[in-house]
Structures are given as structure tokens and as C-alpha cells.
Design a protein around this ligand. Structure first.
Ligand code: AHM
Ligand code: MG
Length: 329
């Protein structure tokens, strides 16, 4: 039987029409970004753009192209009040007189872009909230809305196939781009994260900078059967959050990008509004957990639209173990 398309799925799931239209625009942006990524080598678009973004990171040409593509696909949507991109310093207000209920879309157009040159998976992450009733002014503070207010979050992963994973709060559903029809087809309905795992993901080259709880957790895992955890662990790190999260949604695991002495001054490495919050919503909707180590990511009060936070997410019981290490200090 033919698998449902993304549009059919949104209709069947009774997703609000404006939100369904917005998801459709975002999916269309991801199709175009996938195409840019695939043709990067032919179009001379691999490599650095010669610029830095607001976070002081060197931009890849494809970071810039993906950001422009995403904004171009969303710009004509009459319900989007503002776009907040990893690659753009200021909030991009599309409406001068936004109304309560209009959407704010936060996005990382090409996450893990350092992997593009070496032909590994990269992705696009997005998060959607609605402007609240009490919006006073369309300024930077108006977009500082807590993660638990997200109405939708998702990501596209550009790997061996292009995947599109989505939650509107009720379950997590995975689609695969079908090159013949150009449609995203529902291939992984109701994705869930198993509660237990023996697989973790962390950039261990930062070990000398870790805080005690993280250092203890990893060394206890590495000790294997004879150590305090009493079992062997496997480790995977792709340096593309989308790919690591996609693996966790597929077979379980836990992902850590903790605060350490190298990133503490910025609050962590990953960005709250367009990396941590959307992935936290997805992982929780799939039955997993998402924490800073000291509390739920979705309850962090945002103080800036490019704010960074520690991120620990994945299998629920394992996240609880890591929180326990943090509580013990
Ligand atoms: P980016 O948005 O600039 O690509 O940075 C985020 C990426 C994540 O995808 C990934 O988990 C992490 O940075 C990798 O960091 P590191 O290079 O320290 O391993
Ligand atoms: Mg990113």
C-alpha cells in the first residue's frame, strides 16, 4: 500500500490548517536545501564563505545558502511573524504588526555543517511557537518564549536519504523523501526512544574540560562490566546533532553536549531556541527525556535568542542516571 504523504498525514492528524501550511513551507525549504547540499561540489559551494556568524563561527557557503533558502520559502507565509536563524544576528520580523497566534519560527538551517566537506550527514532543525495574547511590542524580547510552548518541532536529515522528522506534540513521525514523486512519505510512524540504553554520544576530546559529574559518568561507563554500571557501553559521535538524535530515535541512546570549562562562559555549546528546545520536544514526545543535567530543557527561561545551554537527551532512564550524577556533584 502507498505510504501517506506528509500532507495527507497532516490532514489525517487534524493539524490546524495554518500550522499544516507552515510545515509544508518548511518541508519545501528542506527539499531545496537537500538539493543544494547534494550539488555542493558541482556548484563550488563546499568550503568556507569567508564570513563569521553572530556566534563568531566561520560560516560555510552552504550555511549562508541554506539560511537564504529557508527564509525565502517562509517569507510569503502570511502567518509567520518572525524568523530567528542561527546564521542571522537579529530577529527577522516579517510583519510590522504581528497578531497573537502568529508564528515565530526558530531554525538552524544547516546543523553540523563542518561535516559537509567530508560527505557526512547534516541537517536542518526548526521550532515553532505562537505569539501569546499579551504581546506588547514586536521586539527581541517577544521571541523569548519557553520551549514548553512550542506547537511543533522537527528536523530534516541529509544523509543516505533525506529524512524529515516531526512532532506537533502528539507522537513523533518520520518521513523519507521519495525522489521519484518529490514527496515526503511516512516511513517511521510513532517513533519511540527505549527507556534504557547502553550507548552514549559525547565529544570525548573535551574530557580534560568536563565537570566532575560528566567525567564520573563517562569513566563509570568506560569501566564496563567490572565498573559501577556493571555492563559494557558503546559510544558514537557524529558531530552532527541531527544525525546523533536520529540514531537515538531509531535505536535509543543518550547524547551529551555538557557545559565544560571551555564553553561555560557562553553557557554551553548548543543553542537553546533552535537546537536544544526542538530536539527536547521531539525526544520527550517520543518518550525520552531532555535535561541540562540540572533541570528540564523545555523549562529553561530564555534570556537571549542565541542563548546556549548544556544538552543531555535521549533514553529516559539514562538521562535520569546522568541527572543523578549531577545532583551528587
Ligand atoms: P553548528 O550548528 O555550528 O553546526 O554546531 C552544532 C554542532 C552539532 O550538530 C554537534 O552536536 C556539535 O556542534 C559538534 O560539536 P563538536 O565539533 O565540538 O564535536
Ligand atoms: Mg547547529
Amino acid at each position: 500500500m502507498q505510504k501517506p504523504t506528509l500532507r495527507q498525514h497532516l490532514t489525517e492528524a487534524d493539524v490546524d490548517r495554518d500550522l499544516a501550511g507552515l510545515i509544508d513551507d518548511i518541508a519545501s525549504a528542506c527539499r531545496f536545501i537537500a538539493d543544494h547540499v547534494r550539488h555542493g561540489a558541482f556548484q563550488g559551494n563546499l568550503g568556507a564563505a569567508g564570513s563569521t556568524n553572530v556566534q563568531g563561527e566561520t560560516q560555510k557557503q552552504l550555511d549562508v545558502i541554506s539560511d537564504e533558502e529557508f527564509a525565502a520559502r517562509c517569507r510569503s507565509n502570511p502567518r509567520i511573524a518572525a524568523l530567528v536563524s542561527e546564521e542571522v544576528d537579529d530577529v527577522n520580523w516579517l510583519k510590522t504588526d504581528p497578531q497573537a497566534g502568529d508564528f515565530i519560527v526558530y531554525y538552524d538551517p544547516l546543523d553540523g555543517s563542518s561535516n559537509v566537506d567530508v560527505n557526512l550527514s547534516v541537517g536542518t532543525i526548526f521550532s515553532v511557537v505562537r505569539l501569546p495574547q499579551d504581546i506588547e511590542k514586536a521586539d527581541e524580547n517577544a521571541v523569548l518564549i519557553k520551549g514548553d510552548q512550542q506547537v511543533c518541532a522537527g528536523y530534516a536529515v541529509y544523509g543516505p536519504s533525506t529524512g524529515f522528522v516531526l512532532t506537533t506534540g502528539q507522537g513523533v513521525h518520520g518521513f523519507t523523501h521519495h525522489p521519484g514523486s518529490g514527496e515526503f512519505l511516512l516511513t517511521q510512524p510513532d517513533m519511540t526512544v527505549p527507556a534504557e540504553t547502553s550507548e552514549y554520544a559525547i565529544n570525548s576530546s573535551r574530557a580534560e574540560k568536563w565537570e566532575t559529574p560528566v567525567a564520573r559518568y563517562i569513566s563509570d561507563n568506560v569501566a564496563g562490566k567490572s565498573g559501577p554500571r556493571g555492563r559494557s557501553f558503546n559510544m558514537r559521535w557524529t558531530a552532527s546533532m541531527v544525525a546523533d538524535v536520529h540514531r537515538i530515535l531509531t535505536r535509543g541512546g543518550v547524547f551529551l553536549y555538557p557545559m565544560d570549562s571551555g564553553n561555560a562562559a557562553s553557557g554551553g555549546k548548543l543553542r537553546l531556541m533552535y537546537e536544544a528546545n526542538p530536539m527536547a520536544l521531539i525526544i520527550e514526545a517520543a518518550g525520552g527525556a531532555a535535561s541540562t543535567g540540572r533541570g528540564r530543557i523545555l523549562e529553561v527561561d530564555p534570556t537571549g535568542h542565541h542563548q546556549r545551554v548544556p544538552v543531555i537527551l535521549g533514553s529516559k532512564d539514562e538521562v535520569a542516571v546522568i541527572e543523578r550524577y549531577h545532583a551528587e556533584g
